[in-house]
Design a protein around this ligand. Structure first.
Ligand code: GDG
Length: 459
């Protein structure tokens, strides 16, 4: 059977026998562990004498990790520039926060070509290449230009926006043309796939061939919908494991019977944190009976903090948290706890289980694994309630959540009220329905379906 080669911007730091964080890492690691393979990506090092050849390989069990370093210029133009300064905001419909510079776009293409050249050196002719995410939209095109004929698939973890939104990026045509060099392009939801198909048919003069295949730019390629999931039973087991519950027990003692609303997000403007803080303020203003009875805890590990828009959102949130607490806190109660730090994954799952409400309100999100982990971590006998943004990919599947518009403060405030008052029968019913969906669309199913489609692709 052909070898699997996973390519992503970063290679997760993995150690034999230890669990990896995050869905991508867990999902692809399972596949690599089962059959062996290569994980290729940036080392995270910025080096002045960055080479084209990959660093020496490191074997972890049957997985070989291969990394390259980036130069300062690569990092600025590719990572901080086009990938995170242009693509990330536009893919999340935040065009007002995007910038565009043709020089940075050239840097993005140069780094995709660098990945391709370096990867070429370790490839075997029948390797299956599985690239991940918006950093590598141009990898397949660069590999094909280097004469590589292997099967290549891309899974996009973010949303794919409507054509009119994508077209605010001046290089949109080049971006989509490059994507068409893949054999399989995977999306989180049907609307993402449809938006891509729309672009191909209406803007690129392409054709939908049926069987989810498209013809454009002289190639035929497939698209698919593969919603990423979680290992349901493992999340619940982690949430219950006494060794993981130290912080959760400290929190429970400290709550003194108050209800906990919990949010967990990378500190990112697309996650809707500012709007959520304001919605919680609205809830407090509308619901005097909740004063002293409810605590909202926001865990927000810092992310991409060398990018200006991310520094700005951090300052804004600090100001908002201070203002809201200043307005409502009492001598024995502070309503909003804002934790600008990360927790070990093992400690996070029991915290989900402590929360009466999981509040997940991104402005846009490819999927949102926090929503799925929150549901999986609950005690089925006494589960909490998920309040979920209609603009998270997860809302397509978790229809038994309380679905809200993240821009509607009053709507979120009302959903919090409804969630906190919900009967145990209703909570159990909604939770059971969501658990069924999570089991059907598990992380194993995501990976197996994508790899099966890639194996079956042209090549
Ligand atoms: C992208 C897409 C898509 C969070 N805080 C801590 C921590 N986390 C973990 C969560 C979860 C993961 O990080 C976050 O995943 P999300 O899916 O919520 O969001 P993104 O990071 O934006 O991921 C997204 C995903 O890719 C997969 O395709 O769902 O739409 O944007 O697993 O638990 N983990 C640890 N400490 C923390 O403080 N260890």
């Amino acid at each position: 059977m052909s070898r699997l080669v996973v390519v992503s911007n970063r290679v997760a730091p993995i150690t034999e026998g230890e669990p990896a964080a995050g869905g991508l890492a867990v999902g692809v690691l399972d596949a690599l562990r089962a059959d062996g393979g290569v994980w290729f990506g940036w080392s995270g090092q910025v080096s002045n004498d960055a080479e084209t050849l990959p660093n020496p390989g490191r074997d972890v069990g049957r997985i070989t990790l291969r990394t390259i370093d980036l130069s300062r210029r690569d990092y600025d133009e590719f990572y901080r520039g086009f990938a995170n300064g242009t693509l990330w905001p536009v893919l999340h419909y935040q065009m007002g926060l995007a910038r565009f510079d043709w020089g940075e776009f050239a840097g993005y293409r140069r780094v995709n070509a660098l990945f391709a050249c370096s990867l070429h050196a370790v490839l075997r002719p029948d390797d299956l290449i599985w690239a991940h995410d918006y950093h590598l939209l141009g990898l397949a095109e660069a590999l094909r230009e280097a004469g590589v004929g292997n099967r290549m698939g891309l899974f996009l973890h973010t949303p794919f926006p409507e054509p009119g939104v994508l077209m605010t990026v001046p290089a949109h045509a080049e971006v989509v043309r490059a994507m068409a060099a893949y054999d399989v392009i995977g999306f989180q939801t049907e609307p993402d796939r449809s938006a891509f198909t729309d672009y191909i048919v209406r803007q690129a003069g392409g054709e939908a061939l049926g069987g989810n295949r498209l013809r454009a730019f002289g190639r035929i390629f497939a698209t698919g919908v593969y919603p990423i999931g979680v290992h349901v039973d493992e999340v619940r087991a982690e949430a219950e494991l006494p060794a993981n519950r130290r912080q959760a027990l400290r929190l429970r003692t400290n709550l003194h019977g108050r209800s906990l609303i919990l949010s967990v997000d990378r500190l990112d403007y697309a996650k809707g944190l500012r709007q959520r803080f304001v919605a919680f303020e609205r809830f407090l203003a509308d619901t005097p009976a909740a004063h002293g009875q409810v605590i909202f805890m926001q865990i927000a590990p810092p992310s991409r903090s060398d990018i200006q828009t991310y520094r700005e959102i951090r300052h804004e949130l600090e100001a908002e948290a201070g203002r809201i607490n200043g307005r409502f806190a009492d001598v024995d109660w502070v309503p909003l706890r804002y934790l600008n730090r990360s927790f070990p994954r093992a400690a996070l799952m029991p915290l989900y289980a402590e929360a009466r409400v999981g509040l997940v309100t991104p402005l846009r999100d490819g999927m949102n694994l926090v929503a799925k982990e929150y549901v999986a971590a609950q005690d089925p006998e006494d589960p909490g309630v998920l309040v979920l943004s209609q603009f998270a990919g997860a809302a397509r599947e978790l229809t038994a959540a309380l679905i809200v518009n993240p821009y509607d403060e009053a709507g979120i405030a009302g959903a919090l009220d409804q969630a906190l008052a919900m009967s145990i029968e209703e909570r159990r019913g909604r939770h059971a329905a969501m658990l069924d969906v999570l089991r059907a669309n598990s992380l194993d199913a995501w990976r197996d379906r994508f790899i099966a489609d890639l194996r079956a692709a042209g090549g």
